[in-house]
Design a protein around this ligand. Structure first.
Ligand SMILES: *Cc1c(COP(=O)(O)O)cnc(C)c1O
Length: 390
């Protein structure tokens, strides 16, 4: 069986987890900080906050940015549902905008149209997604966001190690916080770095960073300077007693465990190599399909793409999908557009709202791509596809 994505656990990974299990900390120990620092370094960002999963990361971001009932946030329909759901967790309103048909990314012109069609102040933020691993040009989104006084959360779940090149010719890594206020990553097994469940928030903003640390642990602070209750109420005399802590906001328990952090850290050491292999696989697919007419859309290799997914747009997608399954190749479809999920249809979205996203969904199929996919397996996948269309 060849899946579309798969984790890779080495003996080293296992050893790292076992060592942590034998240590004094199962959660919130030294591995968390180590993982956060190493991850921040890998991305090239000041702060990183490890959390329970990517969805929790999105939720905390929305809380930290003050999303509440009435807050309107723009995102793409071609993403995992969590990119939009986080807005709803805080009672905010999701406003979808269509994708660019050639990149499958949130179309900045569609976003601009939305912003210009409403009084200034109507919208509060944008959540662009580095879909499939392709980096959104956040420099352009930042200019637009500043014009309309918006924040940006970059959903980088697909793109650790990905980048775009800005107008000055500088490489801008996904999640580096140079243009977005906050970015998030996931360490679900199908993503580049696996920790079982797990997620990371990255930012260059110190205030947001501190707020996220508090919200990750119930909204509790433990620092004399931050307390708002008087010392006497806390049970002390001249200073706050050592046991004292304060819950100042309604936070959550969104912590990652130390042994998950140990696994993530061990995996992070191989992230660069895994990314190289993904790009090699993408290159080989692109080469192999370059003259095929059953494809539409571009199949060339894109600079800075992290290739979480390798997507083709094909004729008779259902036929190909079933044919692949018969041959034990489990391709996948990414994604059923979020606005067509029954939950979002109940909120008023409907078929026809986003013609480009819907046209993409009719044809898209994600082929197997993961670092341990062998050349033989890839050749087999390509052969089956060509055979189907022959
Ligand atoms: C995986 C994913 C998430 C959610 O991450 P989890 O760790 O599974 O909660 C959010 N957005 C995108 C684009 C994803 O691919």
């Amino acid at each position: 069986m060849i899946p579309y994505g798969k984790q890779h656990i080495t003996d080293e990974d296992i050893l790292a987890v076992v060592e942590t299990l034998k240590s004094d900390y199962l959660t919130q120990g030294p591995k968390i900080k180590e993982f956060e620092e190493a991850f921040a370094k890998y991305i090239g960002v000041k702060y990183a906050v490890a959390v329970a999963n990517g969805t929790a990361a999105l939720h905390l971001n929305c809380l930290a940015l003050g999303v509440q009932p009435g807050t309107k946030v723009i995102t793409t329909p071609i993403t995992f549902a969590a990119s939009a759901n986080c807005i709803r967790y805080c009672g905010g309103e999701v406003v979808f905008a269509d994708i660019e048909p050639d990149t499958y990314l949130l179309d900045i012109n569609a976003v601009r149209n939305l912003l210009e069609s409403a009084p200034k102040g109507t919208f509060s933020g944008i959540i662009p997604v580095d879909f499939a691993g392709r980096a959104v040009n956040l420099e352009q989104f930042r200019i637009l966001a500043d014009e309309f006084d918006l924040w940006i959360i970059e959903d980088s779940c697909h793109s650790p190690g990905g980048h775009f090149v800005d107008s000055k010719g500088h490489r801008q890594n996904c999640g580096n916080g140079n243009f977005a206020d906050l970015a998030i990553f996931s360490f679900h097994p199908v993503k580049h770095i696996a920790s079982g469940e797990g997620g990371m928030i990255t930012t260059n903003d110190e205030d947001l960073y501190k707020k996220l640390l508090m919200l990750r642990t119930h909204g509790i602070v433990k620092s004399d300077e931050l307390y708002t209750n008087p010392i006497e109420l806390a049970g002390g005399k001249d200073f706050y007693p050592l046991w004292y802590m304060e819950m100042q906001e309604l936070g959550f328990n969104y912590r990652l465990t130390d042994f998950q952090a140990a696994l993530g850290l061990s995996q992070l050491n191989r992230a660069e190599k895994g990314l190289e292999r993904r790009r090699e696989i993408a290159e080989f697919y692109a080469q192999s399909f370059k003259d095929d007419t059953f494809l539409s859309g571009s199949s060339g290799v894109i600079q800075g793409h992290a290739y979480h997914l390798y997507v083709l747009e094909v004729e008779d997608r259902l036929g190909l999908y079933n044919h692949l399954r018969e041959k034990h190749v489990f391709a996948q479809i990414h994604y059923v557009p979020t606005h067509l999920m029954p939950y979002y249809q109940q909120l008023g979205w409907k078929l026809g709202d986003f013609p480009k996203a819907e046209a993409y969904y009719e044809k898209c199929i994600s082929l197997p791509i993961y670092p341990t996919l062998t050349n033989e397996e890839q050749i087999y996948v390509i052969q089956i596809i060509k055979e189907f269309y022959a």
